[in-house]
Design a protein around this ligand. Structure first.
Ligand code: FAD
Length: 286
């Protein structure tokens, strides 16, 4: 099933994101998480892709296949392009097709300074158009309410986002943000320039100070004063920080749903406890 139809059927879509276990852990560790996530009945689950340049890595496809065939939930496979040749991308697409994976989140991937890019794909929009021309997949893309870290300005980033949508991205998922005002202002700007596809808000619950500081450094998301105070207050009490982080995410999501957001994409960090606590609170609002 191509996930575009979900946005026609539902007022608000709820999706989860998981990542393949580290190479040092067994792939089985993800199955326990999936078993627990299954009971929360998300509309789809997306699986991240390592940007590392190892086209032989099949874990994203393997996990997406289990999500589809064992848990009967629609999967979305992330796919990055900047470190791959067209032949390598073709092999990954063939494998996704063999596993009946219909949905791809097409990404550029971060530029790894220790790898030279393969030069076939420079931007996600090129991958979107490549997959679209091959046919048979629903293609989604990423977007950035506060602008992508490499972009000269938010306006420039949105101009390139329009190219990605025009190339065939039928649905967008945002980078995490902690202040809904950036999302609302972004939404206004993208709708104004004619981007009409559904846009899911990416929400990452804060459960660990170091984790959030790392994420913010990587993606440039702003930390509002309320969240900053919370991080300081519970700095030395991880359990209390986790519960406060869950409450913070629930408040963000409740506000987004009340303002008619197309979907909520929860960055679960493979933590089914957090996903359950949040889903239980917000499911009745969807
Ligand atoms: P693009 O859309 O190509 O944009 C990248 C930059 O190039 C932006 O600054 C944009 O403004 C600029 N740009 C775009 N088009 C042009 C153009 N034609 N000319 C000049 N400049 C242009 N990374 C992973 O490695 N694996 C994952 O699984 C993964 N999942 C993600 C999921 C989501 C929802 C999000 C938001 C991000 C994810 N990422 C993942 C991170 C992503 O790979 C990085 O943010 C990456 O740096 C940009 O990817 P993109 O697809 O947004 O790139």
């Amino acid at each position: 099933m191509q996930i575009a139809s979900l946005f026609e059927q539902k007022k608000t879509v709820l999706s989860f994101e998981v990542f393949p276990p580290k190479k040092t852990s067994s792939i089985d560790t993800i199955f326990k998480t999936l078993e627990e996530l299954e009971g929360l009945h998300p509309d789809f689950i997306s699986v991240t892709y390592g940007a590392g340049g190892n086209a032989g890595d099949t874990s994203t496809c393997d996990i997406a296949s289990v999500i589809k065939h064992t848990y009967k939930i629609e999967p979305v496979a992330h796919l990055t392009c900047v470190n791959y040749t067209k032949d390598e991308i073709d092999r990954i697409l063939d494998r996704l097709k063999e596993n009946e994976i219909d949905n791809i989140l097409a990404l550029r991937g971060d530029i790894n300074p220790s790898l030279s890019p393969k030069k076939h794909f420079h931007y996600a929009s090129e991958l979107v158009s490549y997959i679209k021309n091959k046919g048979g997949f629903h293609v989604s893309g990423a977007c950035y309410p506060e602008g992508h870290v490499n972009a000269g300005s938010l306006e420039e980033d949105i101009k390139f986002l329009k190219m990605k949508v025009d190339a065939g991205a039928k649905h967008l998922i945002t980078q995490l943000f902690f202040d809904n005002k950036y999302f609302y202002s972004f939404l206004e700007k993208v709708r104004e320039i004619g981007i009409t596809v559904p846009i899911e808000a990416g929400i990452m619950p804060v459960v660990n100070k170091a984790q959030i500081e790392r994420m913010v450094t990587l993606c440039g998301a702003s930390i509002p004063a309320k969240l900053s105070k919370m991080l300081q207050r519970y700095e030395n009490t991880p359990e209390a920080l986790k519960e406060a982080g869950i409450e913070y995410a629930i408040e963000q999501i409740t506000d987004l749903i009340s303002r008619g957001v197309d979907g909520i994409h929860l960055y679960t960090m493979n933590n089914s406890y957090i996903a359950r606590k949040i889903s239980e609170k917000v499911k009745g609002l969807l």
